[in-house]
Design a protein around this ligand. Structure first.
Ligand SMILES: [Zn+2]
Length: 309
């Protein structure tokens, strides 16, 4: 049995974002607390006891406080149920939470070489001593089983795969520590419960639904998918920024080339949008955009939701 907790549903900045006065952020502060959400991450377990984080968001500390499954075991002075963190990219909203895990408990970071090179290149991450916090490189289409701190198997198999995307924002205009060009900055994950064979896909960043992405996701029991923006020019149209969704490496929910249209008819059991930017009108429970998404069979992720597969 695979258990999943949505620790955070939002894209970078969260909802509300500290410096944002857009209608959604204002609503989240005033009278609509149900749309408040922390930055995207999920936790998974196969044995109900040992958990793995998929990405470590800057809101991790708050997320852990809110999630009893991830509290230290009663009666132990120092303990965490978290055995490892699997990183799907090197963006701030995926890696900054690692810095909140610096108090000496052992765990393993699993990430592509390109993302590991970013951690290595930033000396602040040395606070996670490699003696306690091992780094393990993961590769495209090579299944791996994350291990528990004592080296025993977790019962979870993960297959990373390439999705269209881009390198971390903060590297724009400077050279990538792993060299410019080459894939590995954005991963999708297939996550399988070895005992039952049940599985889910985690694709929190994806610039386009290619035939390869479609073929993988077809027939999946559960898919978490990039729900950053409703439309590609949303930030520009709202006067919030100069970047398009595509410019940030994210497909839009709507439109002919958007996620709703391109992932339709693939017989996916449950489809959940994750990594939702505070500009996205589908956040509001009574918006027309949310109704369109829900009518197409999509859910909008909410913090704290637990799902069993
Ligand atoms: Zn906002």
């Amino acid at each position: 049995m695979l258990r999943v907790v949505i620790l955070g549903a939002a894209a970078g900045g969260g909802v509300p974002q500290w410096n944002c006065g857009c209608p959604n952020c204002r609503a989240a502060r005033n009278g609509r607390p149900e749309i408040q959400s922390t930055q995207a991450s999920i936790a998974i377990t196969a044995d109900g006891e040992h958990w793995f984080l998929i990405n470590a968001s800057p809101d991790l500390r708050q997320q852990l406080i809110a999630t009893p499954q991830l509290h230290p075991k009663a009666g132990k002075l120092r303990h965490t149920p978290i055995s490892g963190v699997i990183l799907t990219n090197g963006e701030i909203d995926a890696v900054a939470g690692l810095l909140s895990m610096r108090e000496g408990s052992p765990f393993t970071i699993y990430a592509h070489e390109r993302v590991l090179s970013i951690l290595k290149d930033n000396s602040i991450f040395n606070v996670l001593s490699e003696k306690n916090v091992a780094r393990q490189a993961i590769e495209f289409d090579k299944a791996f089983e994350p291990l528990l701190p004592d080296g025993s198997p977790s019962g979870i198999e993960i297959v990373p795969f390439e999705v269209p995307g881009k390198g971390a924002w903060y590297l724009e205009g400077s050279s990538h520590p792993a060299g410019d060009g080459g894939a590995g900055d954005t991963l999708g994950l297939r996550i399988v419960d070895k005992a039952s064979g049940n599985y889910l896909y985690f694709v929190a960043a994806c610039a386009a639904v290619t035939d390869d992405v479609k073929a993988r996701l077809a027939g999946a029991p559960l898919v978490f998918f990039d729900g950053t923006v409703w439309r590609d020019d949303e930030l520009i149209a709202a006067g919030l920024g100069s970047k398009t969704g595509q410019g940030m490496g994210h497909i839009a929910m709507s439109g002919d080339a958007g996620a709703i249209a391109t992932l339709a008819g693939l017989d996916i059991g449950r489809k959940i949008f994750l990594h939702i930017n505070n500009s996205n009108p589908a956040l509001l429970h009574d918006s027309e955009e949310r109704e369109i998404a829900e009518r197409a069979g999509w859910q909008i992720a909410a913090d704290g939701t637990e799902i069993t597969l």
